[in-house]
Design a protein around this ligand. Structure first.
Ligand code: NCD
Length: 314
């Protein structure tokens, strides 16, 4: 079987077609089964080198990629550093050149600047996966979110997904909106005007300011973290006010469709965008998302590195 993606990189959702998405989700499904075994390891990427280049703080995404690489028997190397104002432009190029000299097969990049994975890809001869670049995109998060929705709701086409909150700072929304559109689902952006990007229409989704008004239409309420670290204090009256108008709580859960599921990319601000009882509710898929993350990242790595034709499968 030759299973390949149409692009050798995964930097934005533009790199994948609807067919690629279906292939990634189906492949992830077979890897999810491996993750339930006692011995959670396949020899598939034996001898391949994967570098985790994480220049911005991350716990779950970095760990998820690390575990995914290990489960496929790749040699994983972690390069973690906190990004400073000087880590950009030339110095990023130097980092890439250094990594290139070590001949690796795949680099996962997280960086506070949008476009950093592109710079790395230009300098290196290997595949690059964007593990989150600034406020731009986070494609593996969107893919694991689609996987989680499909697992729990049975299908993707026709779903209406409300993406609620801090859209302006959200690379998760930057990938999830186009991802949903590619699979025939309908994203609705729900946020106060102050938390929207300057041109919300460029995201290509319906925009709503009143959460309660659109709530009954939703199959999924995808709650975004209020990203305090990216704020310059403007446009945010109070967290309590935000929670009242845009937070998911038990009252809203009971006003929604009975099948509504709640998602959040983590880390959660409990009591702000999501109340604690909803976060731990049976209809919250938050831990399922983390679980799916490993299988989906295994699938992405496997398919980018040539799938069954990688020469390492034997
Ligand atoms: C997201 C991120 O880092 O962009 N988290 C994640 O990858 N699990 C969202 C967030 O930080 O709010």
């Amino acid at each position: 079987m030759t299973a390949m993606l149409s692009s050798r990189h995964l930097m934005t959702m533009d790199d994948v077609t609807a067919d690629d998405i279906a292939l990634i989700l189906d492949t992830a499904e077979s890897f999810a089964e491996v993750n339930e075994r006692r011995i959670k390891k396949l020899p598939t990427l034996r001898g391949r080198t994967v570098i985790n280049l994480f220049l911005e703080p991350s716990t779950r995404t970095r760990m998820s990629f690390e575990i995914a690489a290990k489960r496929l028997s790749a040699d994983g190397v972690n390069f973690t550093a906190s990004s400073s104002a000087t880590v950009k432009g030339e110095s990023l190029r130097d980092t890439a050149a250094t990594l290139a000299a070590m001949s690796c097969d795949l680099v996962i990049v997280r960086h506070k600047y949008a476009g950093a994975p592109q710079i790395i890809a230009e300098m290196m001869d290997c595949s690059v996966v964007n593990g989150g670049d600034g406020v731009h995109e986070h494609p593996t998060q969107a893919l694991l979110d689609l996987y989680t929705m499909r697992q729990n709701l049975g299908h993707l086409e026709g779903l209406t997904v409300g993406i609620v909150g801090d859209i302006a700072h959200s690379r998760v929304a930057g990938s999830l909106v186009p991802a949903l559109r590619k699979v025939g689902a309908t994203p609705i952006i729900i946020a106060p005007p102050t938390l929207l990007p300057a041109r919300p229409d460029i995201l290509g989704a319906e925009v709503a300011y009143d959460f309660d008004q659109v709530l009954p239409r939703l199959d999924v309420a995808y709650m975004l973290r209020i990203q305090m670290e990216r704020f310059d204090e403007a446009g945010f009256p109070s967290l309590r006010e935000y929670a009242r108008l845009y937070g998911m709580n038990m009252k809203r859960l009971s006003a929604a469709k009975p099948e509504l599921v709640i998602m959040h990319p983590g880390p959660m601000n409990r009591g702000v965008e999501i109340s604690s009882d909803v976060a731990d509710h049976a209809r919250s898929l938050v831990l399922g998302q983390v679980e799916s993350g490993v299988a989906v990242r295994m699938a992405v790595m496997y398919l980018l590195l040539g799938g069954a034709d990688s020469g390492a499968a034997a």
